[in-house]
Design a binder for this molecule. Sequence first.
Ligand SMILES: C[S@@+](CC[C@H](N)C(=O)[O-])C[C@H]1O[C@@H](n2cnc3c(N)ncnc32)[C@H](O)[C@@H]1O
Length: 447
Amino acid sequence: MLQRSLDPLSRPFDDELDALLSRFKRGRAVEVDFRELVGNSSASDRFTHRFHPYPAKLLLNIPLFFLNCSQLMQPGATVYDPFCGSGTVLVEGLVRGAVVQGADSNPLARLITSAKTTLLSEEVVDAGLDFIWSNLPRRKSSPPEGSVNLERWFGDKALSQLSRLGRALEAMPEGPAERFFKACYSAVVFRVSLTDPTVPVPVRINARKTSLTSQQRKMRRLWLLERSAADVFACFELLVEENFERLKRLAEQCSEPRVSLFDDARTALGEDCVDLIITSPPYGSAQKYIRASSLSLQWLGLARSGLRDLERRSIGREHFNSSERSEIDVPVPSAKALLAKIGKVNPLRQHIAGSFLLEMRDALSRSCRRLRPDGHLVMIVGNNTVCGYVFDTQRYLTEICQELGLDLTLRLEDRIRSRGLITKRHNTAGLISKETILLFKKRCQNV
Ligand SMILES: C[S@@+](CC[C@H](N)C(=O)[O-])C[C@H]1O[C@@H](n2cnc3c(N)ncnc32)[C@H](O)[C@@H]1O
């Protein structure tokens, strides 16, 4: 009892879920505002959610709502997010007393999630900091193997300090402390780079852009000044302190987190049965997670085989060589006509969208196999446009899930205020203005 009272947002949401279920008529989504339904979470620095930025982060209210419905899960249940990103679902799962599992093909996502869900003692953090400062090289080292053009994105002082700090971190023995410090280091990379913080993928801050208001230009000049002069070491110490405070708040709520992480939703097996899956899959035609993480991935030496190689492992990727483009047997009948139309305008976009559906089917099939009969899947999906056509992702993924033996029991729509990963840089990828929240239940007899 004492533990639950530490969390002002958690309370049972069974009545609200029952009301939504009874309003749902098949084919007609129910409009909902999860900010209102759950309460204002964005105002609070809740547990470890603000440990590190990540593109297209899930609004934490959504998993929090479903995790607090006793029809869907009880404390001690196993909750899985096959596209866990920075671990929003896993953190909320731990707060609710679940055993949590996640998968993500982006190594930076796994690093952040691991750091956000692993508790550390004060002694370990202090010893880690001593290790880092005593192993700090005196001079700037060469940038990590496989990195390209890092000079373009950082001032001289930041370049030198990041390379020295990176070397000290490389020398740390592998383990929870090493992951914690590396995730803090990555957060520093985001803070001191000369990239525009309003754009999710790296784009240099441009204070002269004529389309900006004078206030916006002033803001950009300020960012450039601050970031060019930033002290990486001071910033790192500050973030270590802040993030350790966040971990301490999580420790007050859950003393022994049980977390497993896998590196691909299509191959993640795990031994135990899953009671509840909550996930927000990648977008069908706007996948830029690797590009958005590219500076950290390079500084951390996680991109030694090249960023393209990492991108190749992710679903919804943007690039395909001509040799990779073969005929796709799209597993969604209702998408075929649209894909043919897209193909007439842009065969590459057709291939990207078709591969997305094929790969999502693999990932969902693997995930659903792990779900226990009568277990639930909550999927948060944004629709988008491809070559000017509406790509009805939620409909296609619903068809895939139904074919995999799941019944749709609820469809909700929530308006998105922050678009996270979506940039309007070319008109083939449209903006996402609402997200659909789908609730499925696994049939007892799998088909
Ligand atoms: C919408 S984001 C998830 C964001 C997450 N809910 C959060 O709050 O941070 C989708 C994620 O799917 C991941 N992804 C793409 N392909 C994948 C694959 N084959 N297996 C697992 N994860 C994958 C991307 O790296 C990205 O982190």
